[in-house]
Design a protein around this ligand. Structure first.
Ligand code: 13P
Ligand code: SF4
Length: 357
């Protein structure tokens, strides 16, 4: 039962001591994050992955691309363990390397490969952290960079200095919301639908493009709607509506603020007692914030419970199992990024860490 699982996790952690570091994303369920040494958003966890080079293993309670990133940024001897190998991300799966390479070839044919007289490349590729290591390597090898939801505008600024255009993937919404806030007009942000010639655009549209947005999205965040915001405002006058930038543009525009999971947490922490928040992000985080802040009224914008189903696969039973394996001297579910891919992917990640330390 649940209590027994919790006892097993605590006992295994005690037996392992400092040999193991446990990282947990904000979207993980409480029964898992309560055991984490670090809880954070994907950028904070990427940084935390570099902070314990002496630990033998890092158990990453999150999804596959985060564990890959931890493997890239931690020491090569350190094993990174993902408690459930099926904990992927449907958005990351929307940009496979073959489709992106096909897009890249078409763009090269259209724009050429020469820098302009200010030294700017025709296109700079930017990948959201929510992507495979193979894609981060693709980007790293082509002068590109990684971003997260907490540093997307600083990273886009970096890319605009180096390129006449940006190819942004996989999340069209984060790309659109960020570029729009930076003043890029919507007509200069075509969307690239993989599998169609020119991604479903005309050559003229691509010629005047500033940001080309890959047709990816988060199935959790795209559920939030402007109707839900209007209802929250009608039922709770004075409510502060706060959403994640993976939400569609009309939702971000209608909200009072948008930000990464960590920005959402910090806004709640800084608010005067008695505040009311309607939050558009994953339910585990919203419910935890509500429990931790009884001085506020906090609820999810979507009345239907909407967990990230892949994050949710990290059940305490898997956590107990991988920890007990480590106690027994075995490493289960190790995530490793192969050599040459790792080198290029690390280049793209290090560029991000230099832009937004
Ligand atoms: P952040 O942790 O960067 O806010 O991203 C949310 C998310 O969707 C993680 O998969
Ligand atoms: Fe992927 Fe969305 Fe889940 Fe984040 S919340 S892991 S983007 S599916």
């Amino acid at each position: 039962d649940e209590d027994e699982l919790q006892d097993r996790i605590v006992a295994a952690r005690r037996a392992l001591g400092d040999r193991v570091v446990l990282l947990g994303h904000f979207y993980q369920r409480d029964e898992v994050v309560r055991h984490a040494d670090y809880v954070g958003d994907s950028f904070q966890l990427a940084r935390a992955a570099t902070a314990h080079p002496d630990a033998e293993a890092m158990v990453f309670c999150g999804v596959h691309f985060m564990a890959e990133t931890a493997d890239l940024l931690s020491g090569s001897e350190q094993a990174v363990v993902l408690p459930h190998l099926g904990a992927g991300c449907s958005m990351a799966d929307m940009a496979d390397v073959d489709s992106v390479a096909d897009c890249w070839e078409q763009l090269e044919a259209l724009y050429g490969t020469e820098a302009d007289d200010q030294g700017r490349q025709p296109v700079v590729p930017v990948t959201y952290m929510n992507s495979s290591a193979a894609l981060k390597a693709f980007v790293g090898e082509r002068g590109g960079i990684v971003c997260t939801s907490s540093n997307a505008s600083a990273v886009l600024e970096w890319a605009f200095e180096r390129g006449r255009r940006v190819l942004f993937f996989p999340d069209q919404h984060l790309g659109r919301n960020t570029a729009k806030a930076m003043g890029v007009p919507l007509e200069r942000m075509p969307t690239w639908a993989p599998g169609r010639p020119l991604g479903g655009n005309t050559a003229e549209q691509l010629e005047q493009a500033r940001v080309i947005l890959w047709h990816g999205f988060c199935s959790v965040h795209r559920r939030f709607t402007v109707d839900q915001i209007e209802r929250a405002r009608a039922e709770h006058p004075g409510v502060h509506v706060m959403v994640h930038p993976e939400c569609p543009m009309p939702v971000v525009d209608a909200a009072d603020s948008s930000g990464s999971t960590d920005a959402i947490v910090k806004t709640v922490q800084a608010a005067p007692a008695g505040s009311t928040f309607a939050i558009g992000t994953e339910i585990n985080l919203v419910q935890r914030l509500a429990a931790q802040h009884p001085e506020h009224t906090i609820f999810c914008l979507d009345p239907v419970i909407c967990p990230c189903s892949t994050m949710y696969r990290v059940h305490p039973a898997y956590l107990a199992w991988v920890l007990e394996e480590l106690v027994a001297g075995r490493v289960a579910n190790r995530i490793t990024v192969p050599g040459e891919q790792a080198e290029h992917a690390r280049t793209a990640l290090r560029r991000m860490l230099a832009v937004a330390p």
